[in-house]
Design a protein around this ligand. Structure first.
Ligand code: BGC
Length: 496
Protein backbone atom coordinates (compact mmCIF):
# COMPACT_ATOMS: atom_id res chain seq x y z
CA UNK A 1 0.00 0.00 0.00
CA UNK A 2 1.59 3.22 -1.10
CA UNK A 3 -0.13 5.63 1.28
CA UNK A 4 -0.11 9.36 0.55
CA UNK A 5 3.34 9.90 1.98
CA UNK A 6 5.72 8.40 -0.57
CA UNK A 7 6.10 5.63 1.96
CA UNK A 8 6.16 2.60 -0.34
CA UNK A 9 9.76 2.12 -1.36
CA UNK A 10 9.40 -1.61 -1.65
CA UNK A 11 10.94 -1.75 -5.11
CA UNK A 12 14.37 -2.76 -3.88
CA UNK A 13 17.41 -1.20 -5.57
CA UNK A 14 19.11 -4.56 -5.47
CA UNK A 15 17.72 -7.95 -6.30
CA UNK A 16 20.06 -10.80 -5.48
CA UNK A 17 19.89 -14.02 -7.46
CA UNK A 18 18.56 -16.99 -5.55
CA UNK A 19 15.70 -19.45 -5.23
CA UNK A 20 13.59 -20.75 -2.47
CA UNK A 21 15.73 -23.90 -2.14
CA UNK A 22 14.44 -26.98 -0.31
CA UNK A 23 17.35 -26.54 2.10
CA UNK A 24 16.34 -23.03 3.11
CA UNK A 25 12.70 -24.13 3.36
CA UNK A 26 13.53 -26.98 5.72
CA UNK A 27 15.86 -24.95 7.94
CA UNK A 28 13.45 -22.02 8.20
CA UNK A 29 10.49 -24.28 8.88
CA UNK A 30 12.37 -26.22 11.55
CA UNK A 31 13.48 -23.01 13.25
CA UNK A 32 10.12 -21.28 12.94
CA UNK A 33 8.39 -24.24 14.54
CA UNK A 34 10.27 -23.32 17.69
CA UNK A 35 7.36 -20.89 18.05
CA UNK A 36 5.37 -23.91 19.28
CA UNK A 37 6.80 -23.63 22.77
CA UNK A 38 5.77 -20.00 23.09
CA UNK A 39 2.29 -20.78 21.79
CA UNK A 40 1.81 -23.82 24.01
CA UNK A 41 2.50 -21.68 27.06
CA UNK A 42 0.12 -18.96 26.01
CA UNK A 43 -2.68 -21.43 25.42
CA UNK A 44 -2.23 -23.80 28.33
CA UNK A 45 -2.49 -21.58 31.40
CA UNK A 46 -6.03 -20.32 30.85
CA UNK A 47 -7.47 -23.83 30.62
CA UNK A 48 -5.48 -25.18 33.53
CA UNK A 49 -6.49 -22.31 35.79
CA UNK A 50 -10.13 -23.04 35.06
CA UNK A 51 -9.81 -26.72 36.12
CA UNK A 52 -11.33 -27.35 39.53
CA UNK A 53 -8.79 -29.96 40.80
CA UNK A 54 -5.91 -27.64 39.94
CA UNK A 55 -7.54 -24.72 41.76
CA UNK A 56 -8.42 -26.92 44.69
CA UNK A 57 -4.80 -28.07 45.10
CA UNK A 58 -2.93 -24.82 44.58
CA UNK A 59 -5.43 -21.97 44.87
CA UNK A 60 -8.06 -23.11 47.35
CA UNK A 61 -9.50 -19.64 47.91
CA UNK A 62 -10.23 -19.20 44.19
CA UNK A 63 -11.72 -22.68 44.12
CA UNK A 64 -13.94 -21.76 47.00
CA UNK A 65 -15.19 -18.61 45.25
CA UNK A 66 -15.74 -20.42 41.97
CA UNK A 67 -17.37 -23.62 43.11
CA UNK A 68 -18.88 -22.93 46.48
CA UNK A 69 -19.44 -19.27 47.32
CA UNK A 70 -21.82 -18.11 44.60
CA UNK A 71 -22.15 -14.62 46.11
CA UNK A 72 -18.88 -13.27 44.59
CA UNK A 73 -19.36 -10.94 41.63
CA UNK A 74 -18.94 -12.94 38.39
CA UNK A 75 -16.28 -10.59 37.06
CA UNK A 76 -14.16 -10.81 40.19
CA UNK A 77 -14.01 -14.42 41.25
CA UNK A 78 -10.79 -15.23 39.37
CA UNK A 79 -9.08 -12.10 40.62
CA UNK A 80 -6.39 -13.66 42.79
CA UNK A 81 -2.80 -12.44 42.99
CA UNK A 82 -1.15 -15.87 43.07
CA UNK A 83 -3.25 -17.19 40.26
CA UNK A 84 -2.27 -14.15 38.23
CA UNK A 85 1.37 -14.65 39.14
CA UNK A 86 1.16 -18.21 37.86
CA UNK A 87 0.25 -16.89 34.41
CA UNK A 88 2.40 -13.79 34.31
CA UNK A 89 5.68 -14.92 35.97
CA UNK A 90 6.68 -16.66 32.76
CA UNK A 91 6.73 -13.39 30.82
CA UNK A 92 8.83 -11.64 33.42
CA UNK A 93 11.43 -14.43 33.24
CA UNK A 94 11.41 -14.28 29.44
CA UNK A 95 12.05 -10.56 29.61
CA UNK A 96 15.22 -10.97 31.69
CA UNK A 97 16.38 -14.02 29.77
CA UNK A 98 16.30 -12.15 26.49
CA UNK A 99 19.16 -9.92 27.70
CA UNK A 100 21.40 -12.93 28.26
CA UNK A 101 20.12 -14.44 25.05
CA UNK A 102 21.12 -11.29 23.17
CA UNK A 103 24.75 -11.93 24.07
CA UNK A 104 24.56 -15.62 23.28
CA UNK A 105 22.83 -14.89 19.97
CA UNK A 106 25.51 -12.42 18.99
CA UNK A 107 28.62 -14.24 20.17
CA UNK A 108 27.72 -17.94 19.94
CA UNK A 109 25.16 -17.74 17.15
CA UNK A 110 21.38 -17.85 16.76
CA UNK A 111 21.39 -21.64 16.86
CA UNK A 112 22.97 -21.86 20.33
CA UNK A 113 20.20 -19.66 21.74
CA UNK A 114 17.61 -22.03 20.30
CA UNK A 115 19.37 -25.07 21.77
CA UNK A 116 19.52 -23.54 25.23
CA UNK A 117 15.95 -22.35 24.93
CA UNK A 118 14.66 -25.87 24.19
CA UNK A 119 16.64 -27.45 27.00
CA UNK A 120 15.65 -25.03 29.76
CA UNK A 121 12.05 -25.12 28.62
CA UNK A 122 12.03 -28.92 28.85
CA UNK A 123 13.19 -28.84 32.48
CA UNK A 124 10.54 -26.24 33.34
CA UNK A 125 7.79 -28.37 31.82
CA UNK A 126 8.95 -31.43 33.76
CA UNK A 127 8.94 -29.52 37.03
CA UNK A 128 5.43 -28.25 36.36
CA UNK A 129 4.10 -31.69 35.53
CA UNK A 130 5.45 -33.07 38.84
CA UNK A 131 4.49 -30.06 40.97
CA UNK A 132 3.48 -30.81 44.55
CA UNK A 133 3.60 -27.27 45.90
CA UNK A 134 3.04 -23.85 44.52
CA UNK A 135 6.77 -23.01 44.49
CA UNK A 136 7.37 -25.87 42.04
CA UNK A 137 4.74 -24.41 39.80
CA UNK A 138 6.26 -20.94 39.87
CA UNK A 139 9.90 -22.12 39.46
CA UNK A 140 8.74 -24.28 36.55
CA UNK A 141 7.01 -21.29 34.97
CA UNK A 142 10.18 -19.20 35.42
CA UNK A 143 12.24 -21.85 33.61
CA UNK A 144 9.68 -22.01 30.84
CA UNK A 145 9.98 -18.23 30.61
CA UNK A 146 13.75 -18.41 30.23
CA UNK A 147 13.31 -20.97 27.46
CA UNK A 148 10.79 -18.77 25.70
CA UNK A 149 13.06 -15.71 26.06
CA UNK A 150 15.94 -17.51 24.35
CA UNK A 151 13.77 -18.84 21.57
CA UNK A 152 11.93 -15.69 20.60
CA UNK A 153 15.14 -13.72 20.81
CA UNK A 154 16.78 -15.92 18.21
CA UNK A 155 14.14 -17.49 15.94
CA UNK A 156 12.81 -14.40 14.10
CA UNK A 157 16.39 -13.24 13.47
CA UNK A 158 17.41 -16.67 12.27
CA UNK A 159 14.59 -16.88 9.76
CA UNK A 160 15.00 -13.29 8.55
CA UNK A 161 18.68 -13.89 7.86
CA UNK A 162 18.29 -17.27 6.16
CA UNK A 163 15.37 -16.37 3.93
CA UNK A 164 15.76 -14.76 0.52
CA UNK A 165 14.31 -11.21 0.60
CA UNK A 166 11.37 -12.12 -1.65
CA UNK A 167 10.14 -14.85 0.71
CA UNK A 168 11.31 -13.46 4.04
CA UNK A 169 7.81 -12.39 5.05
CA UNK A 170 6.09 -15.71 4.44
CA UNK A 171 8.85 -17.76 6.03
CA UNK A 172 8.87 -15.52 9.06
CA UNK A 173 5.11 -15.62 9.46
CA UNK A 174 5.49 -19.38 9.87
CA UNK A 175 6.97 -18.55 13.27
CA UNK A 176 3.64 -16.94 14.16
CA UNK A 177 1.78 -19.86 12.59
CA UNK A 178 3.73 -22.15 14.91
CA UNK A 179 2.73 -19.95 17.86
CA UNK A 180 -0.92 -20.30 16.89
CA UNK A 181 -0.57 -24.08 16.39
CA UNK A 182 1.00 -24.24 19.85
CA UNK A 183 -1.91 -22.29 21.34
CA UNK A 184 -4.45 -24.49 19.61
CA UNK A 185 -2.66 -27.69 20.60
CA UNK A 186 -2.71 -26.46 24.20
CA UNK A 187 -6.45 -25.66 24.00
CA UNK A 188 -7.07 -29.13 22.61
CA UNK A 189 -4.95 -30.84 25.26
CA UNK A 190 -6.84 -28.92 27.97
CA UNK A 191 -10.15 -29.92 26.49
CA UNK A 192 -9.30 -33.60 26.80
CA UNK A 193 -7.26 -33.59 30.01
CA UNK A 194 -10.05 -31.76 31.83
CA UNK A 195 -12.11 -34.92 31.33
CA UNK A 196 -9.54 -37.24 32.90
CA UNK A 197 -10.86 -38.81 36.07
CA UNK A 198 -8.88 -38.52 39.31
CA UNK A 199 -8.08 -34.81 39.03
CA UNK A 200 -4.61 -35.14 37.46
CA UNK A 201 -5.50 -33.83 34.02
CA UNK A 202 -3.66 -30.58 34.62
CA UNK A 203 -0.38 -32.52 35.03
CA UNK A 204 -0.69 -33.83 31.50
CA UNK A 205 -1.51 -30.35 30.24
CA UNK A 206 1.55 -28.76 31.83
CA UNK A 207 3.81 -31.73 31.07
CA UNK A 208 2.72 -31.69 27.43
CA UNK A 209 5.04 -28.72 26.96
CA UNK A 210 7.92 -31.21 26.95
CA UNK A 211 6.91 -32.33 23.46
CA UNK A 212 7.50 -28.99 21.65
CA UNK A 213 10.59 -28.44 23.85
CA UNK A 214 12.11 -31.70 22.66
CA UNK A 215 11.22 -30.72 19.10
CA UNK A 216 13.05 -27.38 19.20
CA UNK A 217 16.06 -28.90 20.95
CA UNK A 218 16.48 -31.72 18.46
CA UNK A 219 15.94 -29.53 15.42
CA UNK A 220 18.39 -26.92 16.71
CA UNK A 221 20.99 -29.71 16.98
CA UNK A 222 20.80 -30.16 13.22
CA UNK A 223 20.31 -26.56 12.10
CA UNK A 224 23.22 -24.67 10.57
CA UNK A 225 24.07 -21.16 11.73
CA UNK A 226 23.08 -18.28 9.43
CA UNK A 227 25.79 -16.87 7.10
CA UNK A 228 25.50 -13.53 8.94
CA UNK A 229 26.08 -15.27 12.23
CA UNK A 230 29.06 -17.24 10.84
CA UNK A 231 30.62 -13.97 9.71
CA UNK A 232 30.00 -12.42 13.12
CA UNK A 233 32.06 -15.32 14.46
CA UNK A 234 34.81 -14.77 11.85
CA UNK A 235 34.11 -17.81 9.65
CA UNK A 236 34.25 -16.20 6.22
CA UNK A 237 34.57 -19.21 3.93
CA UNK A 238 31.97 -21.24 5.76
CA UNK A 239 29.62 -18.27 5.54
CA UNK A 240 30.10 -17.95 1.78
CA UNK A 241 29.54 -21.68 1.26
CA UNK A 242 26.40 -21.57 3.41
CA UNK A 243 24.96 -18.59 1.55
CA UNK A 244 25.63 -20.30 -1.76
CA UNK A 245 23.92 -23.43 -0.52
CA UNK A 246 20.81 -21.77 0.87
CA UNK A 247 20.34 -19.58 -2.21
CA UNK A 248 21.07 -22.42 -4.65
CA UNK A 249 23.35 -20.25 -6.82
CA UNK A 250 26.81 -20.39 -8.41
CA UNK A 251 30.06 -18.96 -6.97
CA UNK A 252 29.71 -15.92 -9.16
CA UNK A 253 26.04 -15.30 -8.43
CA UNK A 254 26.50 -15.39 -4.67
CA UNK A 255 29.14 -12.63 -4.68
CA UNK A 256 26.88 -9.52 -4.59
CA UNK A 257 24.82 -10.63 -1.62
CA UNK A 258 27.83 -12.05 0.16
CA UNK A 259 29.75 -8.78 -0.22
CA UNK A 260 26.88 -6.85 1.31
CA UNK A 261 26.59 -9.21 4.27
CA UNK A 262 30.37 -9.04 4.65
CA UNK A 263 30.28 -5.23 4.67
CA UNK A 264 27.50 -5.32 7.26
CA UNK A 265 29.56 -7.75 9.30
CA UNK A 266 32.68 -5.56 9.12
CA UNK A 267 30.62 -2.59 10.27
CA UNK A 268 29.23 -4.77 13.01
CA UNK A 269 32.69 -5.70 14.26
CA UNK A 270 33.57 -2.04 14.74
CA UNK A 271 30.76 -1.84 17.22
CA UNK A 272 31.98 -2.91 20.63
CA UNK A 273 28.90 -1.79 22.48
CA UNK A 274 25.72 -2.55 20.55
CA UNK A 275 23.70 -1.32 23.52
CA UNK A 276 25.28 2.11 23.40
CA UNK A 277 24.99 2.23 19.63
CA UNK A 278 21.35 1.48 19.44
CA UNK A 279 20.62 4.83 21.06
CA UNK A 280 22.44 6.80 18.35
CA UNK A 281 20.33 9.27 16.43
CA UNK A 282 20.71 7.43 13.12
CA UNK A 283 19.03 4.36 14.61
CA UNK A 284 16.15 6.32 16.11
CA UNK A 285 13.53 5.12 13.57
CA UNK A 286 14.38 1.46 14.17
CA UNK A 287 14.48 1.91 17.92
CA UNK A 288 11.10 3.61 17.98
CA UNK A 289 9.61 0.79 15.89
CA UNK A 290 11.22 -1.82 18.14
CA UNK A 291 9.47 -0.26 21.11
CA UNK A 292 6.14 0.75 19.63
CA UNK A 293 5.33 -2.29 17.49
CA UNK A 294 5.38 -4.81 20.36
CA UNK A 295 3.84 -2.21 22.67
CA UNK A 296 0.89 -1.80 20.33
CA UNK A 297 0.74 -5.52 19.57
CA UNK A 298 -0.04 -6.21 23.20
CA UNK A 299 -2.42 -3.26 23.54
CA UNK A 300 -4.70 -4.91 21.02
CA UNK A 301 -5.68 -6.89 24.11
CA UNK A 302 -5.17 -10.20 22.28
CA UNK A 303 -3.81 -11.99 25.30
CA UNK A 304 -6.94 -11.35 27.24
CA UNK A 305 -8.51 -13.81 24.86
CA UNK A 306 -5.49 -16.09 24.60
CA UNK A 307 -4.79 -16.49 28.32
CA UNK A 308 -8.21 -16.16 29.75
CA UNK A 309 -10.63 -17.29 27.04
CA UNK A 310 -12.01 -20.12 29.17
CA UNK A 311 -12.18 -17.87 32.23
CA UNK A 312 -13.77 -15.13 30.13
CA UNK A 313 -16.37 -17.48 28.73
CA UNK A 314 -17.09 -18.79 32.19
CA UNK A 315 -17.50 -15.24 33.41
CA UNK A 316 -20.18 -14.55 30.84
CA UNK A 317 -22.08 -17.58 31.93
CA UNK A 318 -20.83 -20.57 29.93
CA UNK A 319 -20.37 -23.91 31.70
CA UNK A 320 -16.94 -25.54 32.05
CA UNK A 321 -17.22 -27.61 28.87
CA UNK A 322 -18.65 -24.82 26.74
CA UNK A 323 -15.88 -22.51 27.94
CA UNK A 324 -13.08 -24.85 26.92
CA UNK A 325 -14.97 -25.61 23.70
CA UNK A 326 -15.24 -21.92 22.82
CA UNK A 327 -11.54 -21.49 23.47
CA UNK A 328 -11.02 -24.23 20.86
CA UNK A 329 -13.01 -22.23 18.33
CA UNK A 330 -10.95 -19.08 18.85
CA UNK A 331 -7.82 -21.25 18.61
CA UNK A 332 -8.82 -22.59 15.18
CA UNK A 333 -9.70 -19.13 13.89
CA UNK A 334 -6.36 -17.81 15.11
CA UNK A 335 -4.52 -20.50 13.16
CA UNK A 336 -6.51 -20.22 9.96
CA UNK A 337 -6.36 -16.43 9.79
CA UNK A 338 -2.57 -16.55 10.18
CA UNK A 339 -2.45 -18.45 6.88
CA UNK A 340 -3.78 -15.31 5.18
CA UNK A 341 -0.68 -13.54 6.34
CA UNK A 342 1.66 -16.36 5.28
CA UNK A 343 0.20 -15.94 1.81
CA UNK A 344 -0.12 -12.17 1.70
CA UNK A 345 2.73 -10.51 3.51
CA UNK A 346 5.23 -10.68 0.63
CA UNK A 347 2.52 -10.03 -1.97
CA UNK A 348 0.41 -7.21 -0.56
CA UNK A 349 3.02 -5.85 1.82
CA UNK A 350 3.22 -5.36 5.56
CA UNK A 351 1.40 -2.03 5.63
CA UNK A 352 -1.70 -3.30 3.83
CA UNK A 353 -2.15 -6.11 6.35
CA UNK A 354 -1.54 -3.89 9.34
CA UNK A 355 -4.09 -1.33 8.17
CA UNK A 356 -6.84 -3.69 7.05
CA UNK A 357 -6.94 -5.35 10.46
CA UNK A 358 -8.79 -2.35 11.80
CA UNK A 359 -11.96 -3.48 10.01
CA UNK A 360 -11.97 -6.81 11.85
CA UNK A 361 -11.49 -5.06 15.15
CA UNK A 362 -14.45 -2.80 14.61
CA UNK A 363 -16.61 -5.92 14.54
CA UNK A 364 -14.76 -7.43 17.43
CA UNK A 365 -15.25 -4.67 19.93
CA UNK A 366 -18.94 -4.16 19.23
CA UNK A 367 -19.69 -7.02 21.62
CA UNK A 368 -20.18 -4.73 24.59
CA UNK A 369 -22.65 -6.36 26.92
CA UNK A 370 -23.23 -7.02 30.55
CA UNK A 371 -26.25 -9.35 30.83
CA UNK A 372 -26.23 -12.32 28.52
CA UNK A 373 -29.10 -14.25 27.05
CA UNK A 374 -27.87 -17.35 25.19
CA UNK A 375 -28.13 -15.91 21.69
CA UNK A 376 -26.14 -12.90 22.81
CA UNK A 377 -23.43 -15.10 24.28
CA UNK A 378 -23.12 -16.87 20.93
CA UNK A 379 -22.97 -13.53 19.14
CA UNK A 380 -20.23 -12.49 21.50
CA UNK A 381 -18.19 -15.59 20.64
CA UNK A 382 -18.59 -14.64 16.95
CA UNK A 383 -17.38 -11.11 17.68
CA UNK A 384 -14.39 -12.45 19.56
CA UNK A 385 -13.60 -14.66 16.56
CA UNK A 386 -13.58 -11.62 14.22
CA UNK A 387 -11.28 -9.86 16.58
CA UNK A 388 -8.90 -12.82 16.85
CA UNK A 389 -8.88 -13.24 13.05
CA UNK A 390 -8.00 -9.58 12.52
CA UNK A 391 -5.11 -9.91 14.94
CA UNK A 392 -3.93 -13.15 13.38
CA UNK A 393 -3.41 -11.80 9.90
CA UNK A 394 -1.84 -8.54 11.04
CA UNK A 395 -0.38 -7.55 14.38
CA UNK A 396 0.30 -11.16 15.38
CA UNK A 397 2.81 -12.07 12.67
CA UNK A 398 3.89 -8.57 11.72
CA UNK A 399 4.56 -7.69 15.33
CA UNK A 400 7.48 -10.13 15.10
CA UNK A 401 8.37 -9.93 11.43
CA UNK A 402 8.81 -6.19 10.95
CA UNK A 403 11.10 -5.54 13.92
CA UNK A 404 13.27 -8.55 13.00
CA UNK A 405 14.01 -7.21 9.54
CA UNK A 406 14.69 -3.51 10.14
CA UNK A 407 17.88 -3.52 12.21
CA UNK A 408 21.36 -3.37 10.66
CA UNK A 409 23.53 -6.32 11.67
CA UNK A 410 25.64 -4.40 14.20
CA UNK A 411 22.67 -3.81 16.48
CA UNK A 412 20.32 -6.55 15.29
CA UNK A 413 20.62 -8.79 18.28
CA UNK A 414 20.31 -5.90 20.74
CA UNK A 415 17.36 -4.57 18.71
CA UNK A 416 15.57 -7.90 18.93
CA UNK A 417 16.09 -7.87 22.69
CA UNK A 418 14.31 -4.51 22.86
CA UNK A 419 11.42 -6.06 20.93
CA UNK A 420 11.26 -9.12 23.18
CA UNK A 421 11.58 -7.02 26.33
CA UNK A 422 8.77 -4.65 25.42
CA UNK A 423 6.59 -7.50 24.23
CA UNK A 424 7.13 -9.55 27.38
CA UNK A 425 6.71 -6.56 29.66
CA UNK A 426 3.42 -5.67 28.05
CA UNK A 427 2.30 -9.31 28.01
CA UNK A 428 3.16 -9.48 31.70
CA UNK A 429 1.19 -6.31 32.46
CA UNK A 430 -1.87 -7.45 30.54
CA UNK A 431 -1.75 -10.85 32.28
CA UNK A 432 -1.15 -9.20 35.63
CA UNK A 433 -3.77 -6.48 35.38
CA UNK A 434 -6.47 -8.02 33.28
CA UNK A 435 -8.37 -9.96 35.92
CA UNK A 436 -8.32 -6.90 38.12
CA UNK A 437 -9.41 -4.59 35.31
CA UNK A 438 -12.16 -6.99 34.26
CA UNK A 439 -13.37 -6.97 37.82
CA UNK A 440 -13.62 -3.18 37.83
CA UNK A 441 -14.24 -2.10 34.24
CA UNK A 442 -16.26 -5.14 33.11
CA UNK A 443 -16.72 -4.99 29.35
CA UNK A 444 -15.59 -1.34 29.29
CA UNK A 445 -12.14 -2.90 29.20
CA UNK A 446 -12.65 -3.74 25.55
CA UNK A 447 -13.42 -0.12 24.69
CA UNK A 448 -10.07 0.72 26.29
CA UNK A 449 -8.29 -1.70 23.94
CA UNK A 450 -10.31 -0.44 20.95
CA UNK A 451 -9.02 3.06 21.56
CA UNK A 452 -5.45 1.84 21.22
CA UNK A 453 -6.27 -0.03 18.04
CA UNK A 454 -7.33 3.29 16.50
CA UNK A 455 -4.11 4.95 17.66
CA UNK A 456 -1.89 2.18 16.29
CA UNK A 457 -3.62 2.19 12.92
CA UNK A 458 -2.92 5.90 12.65
CA UNK A 459 0.70 5.30 13.61
CA UNK A 460 1.22 2.61 10.96
CA UNK A 461 -0.38 4.71 8.26
CA UNK A 462 1.90 7.66 8.80
CA UNK A 463 5.10 6.20 10.16
CA UNK A 464 5.77 2.65 9.02
CA UNK A 465 7.57 2.35 5.66
CA UNK A 466 6.96 -0.75 3.54
CA UNK A 467 9.70 -3.34 3.98
CA UNK A 468 8.57 -6.17 1.69
CA UNK A 469 11.13 -7.43 -0.84
CA UNK A 470 13.99 -5.31 0.51
CA UNK A 471 17.15 -7.32 1.21
CA UNK A 472 17.83 -7.27 4.92
CA UNK A 473 21.25 -5.59 4.70
CA UNK A 474 19.78 -2.93 2.36
CA UNK A 475 17.03 -1.88 4.69
CA UNK A 476 18.56 1.51 5.50
CA UNK A 477 17.10 2.95 2.29
CA UNK A 478 13.50 2.73 3.51
CA UNK A 479 14.19 5.27 6.23
CA UNK A 480 16.18 7.54 3.96
CA UNK A 481 13.22 7.79 1.59
CA UNK A 482 10.54 8.20 4.24
CA UNK A 483 8.89 11.63 4.62
CA UNK A 484 9.42 11.73 8.36
CA UNK A 485 12.32 9.43 9.24
CA UNK A 486 14.70 10.79 6.58
CA UNK A 487 15.71 13.63 8.90
CA UNK A 488 17.41 11.10 11.19
CA UNK A 489 19.46 9.38 8.50
CA UNK A 490 22.77 10.81 7.35
CA UNK A 491 22.97 10.96 3.53
CA UNK A 492 26.34 9.37 3.14
CA UNK A 493 27.88 6.21 4.57
CA UNK A 494 24.53 4.48 4.81
CA UNK A 495 25.48 1.59 7.12
CA UNK A 496 28.08 3.12 9.38
C1 BGC B 1 1.85 -12.52 20.40
C2 BGC B 1 1.30 -13.21 21.58
C3 BGC B 1 -0.09 -13.70 21.28
C4 BGC B 1 -0.10 -14.57 20.03
C5 BGC B 1 -1.50 -14.96 19.66
C6 BGC B 1 1.82 -13.43 19.22
O1 BGC B 1 2.31 -12.78 18.11
O2 BGC B 1 3.15 -12.05 20.65
O3 BGC B 1 1.32 -12.34 22.67
O4 BGC B 1 -0.60 -14.44 22.32
O5 BGC B 1 0.49 -13.87 18.97
O6 BGC B 1 -1.54 -15.75 18.50
Amino acid sequence: MAGGFGIDVSKADKVYPGHLTPYVMVTCLAAAFGGLIFGYDIGISGGVTSMAPFLQKFFPSVYHKDAIDKSTNQYCKFNDKYLTLFTSSLYLAALFASFIASRVTRTLGRRMSMLLGGLIFFIGALLNALAQAIWMLIVGRLLLGIGVGFSIQSIPLYVSEMAPAKHRGSLNVIFQLAITIGIFAANLVNYFTSKIKGGHGWRYSLGGAMVPAAFIFVSALFLPNTPNSMLEQGDKEKARAMLKRIRGVTDKEVEAEFDDILAASEASKQVKHPWRNIFKRKYRPQLIMAVLIPFFQQLTGINVVMFYAPVLFKTIGFGDKASLGSALITGIINMLATLISVYGTDKWGRRALFLEAFIGWKFGVSGNVTELPKWYAILLVIFICCYVAAFAWSWGPLGWLVPSEIFPLEIRSAGQTVVVTVNMLMTFLVAQLFLNMLCHMKFGLFIFFAFFVAVMTFFIYFFLPETKNIPIEEMQQVWRQHWFWKRFIPDEHPQV
